[in-house]
Ligand binder design. Structure first.
Ligand SMILES: C[S@@+](CC[C@H](N)C(=O)[O-])C[C@H]1O[C@@H](n2cnc3c(N)ncnc32)[C@H](O)[C@@H]1O
Length: 254
């Protein structure tokens, strides 16, 4: 990755208040957009080419949060359906300019997605997977939505962050405490095998670390310079829609 790695000392998780994921994002929503977020900044440098031109395409934004991607894609001419379970994150998204052009749906993604099969040219899922416990079922749902000639595009906090004891978290301005919406420490192989068992083909996989230029814009990135912060995948339907490969464990959500 071209940069020398910073100290690998793990963060201390003992002062982290872990809360249920939905409740955590309901609290985070108020200041989520205004935070210094190196993960978001890094992702915005790399994701665009994997989505390609979206004008006229039908796009699902799975775990849309405050609408960062959904609103931009709609402004670029896509027909966007955006799903999240946090009412407060959705409220932020719905209040933004252009929100009337997006179909926002409140839904818990641990349950089958309330969206039609084979209907989306792009299925986008950004910075959500680390909150999903059952990856096989989740990836099967991503694939179910995707048209045979479409693509699933994913970004997620790099599993190497888990090795430093890092998870998605914010500082509660009221208490000054670090608060972490419940996360699940998946490894790289968990993500890849969930995709494989869902019958998705890996077309692109890349790992990204902040460099000095990003650290100059993001104080929070400084201690992660040279350390993999972000994982990006682009997946396509590999073998038709007749189910996972032999021996696969992919299953629809109950
Ligand atoms: C880090 S934010 C990312 C938001 C947006 N995708 C982005 O990149 O800006 C993670 C989002 O995933 C949502 N999320 C996590 N688990 C979920 C679940 N089981 N069902 C629905 N939404 C979920 C959270 O509510 C939150 O809005």
């Amino acid at each position: 990755m071209g940069e020398s790695r910073s100290s690998l000392s793990p963060e201390n998780p003992s002062d982290l208040e872990v809360v249920p994921t939905q409740a955590g994002y309901d609290r985070w929503a108020e200041f989520y957009d205004g935070e210094d977020n190196p993960l978001v900044m890094l992702e915005e440098q790399h994701l665009g080419p994997l989505l390609g031109k979206v004008a006229g395409l039908v796009v699902a934004d799975i775990g849309c949060g405050t609408g960062r991607h959904a609103l931009r894609l709609a402004a670029d001419g896509a027909r966007v359906t955006a799903v999240d379970f946090s009412e407060a994150m959705l409220r932020r998204a719905r209040a933004k300019p252009g929100a009337q052009g997006v179909n926002f749906v409140q839904h818990d993604l641990s349950q089958p997605f309330p969206l039609p099969s084979d209907s989306f040219d792009r299925v986008l899922c950004c910075l959500v997977l680390d909150h999903i416990q059952e990856l096989h079922a989740f990836f099967s749902e991503l694939r179910r939505l995707c048209r045979p000639d479409g693509a699933v595009v994913i970004s997620v906090m790099h599993p190497a962050m888990t090795l430093r004891g890092v998870q998605a978290r914010f500082v509660d301005p009221a208490s000054g405490r670090r608060v972490g919406p419940l996360s699940h420490p998946h490894q790289m192989s968990d993500y890849i095998m969930a995709a494989v068992h869902a019958g998705l083909a890996l077309g692109h996989l890349s790992e990204h670390a902040p460099d000095a230029a990003l650290a100059a814009r993001s104080p929070r990135a400084v201690k992660y310079v040279g350390w993999p912060l972000l994982l990006i995948m682009r997946l396509t339907c590999s073998a038709g829609k007749n189910g996972p490969p032999a021996g696969g464990r992919a299953r629809r959500l109950a």
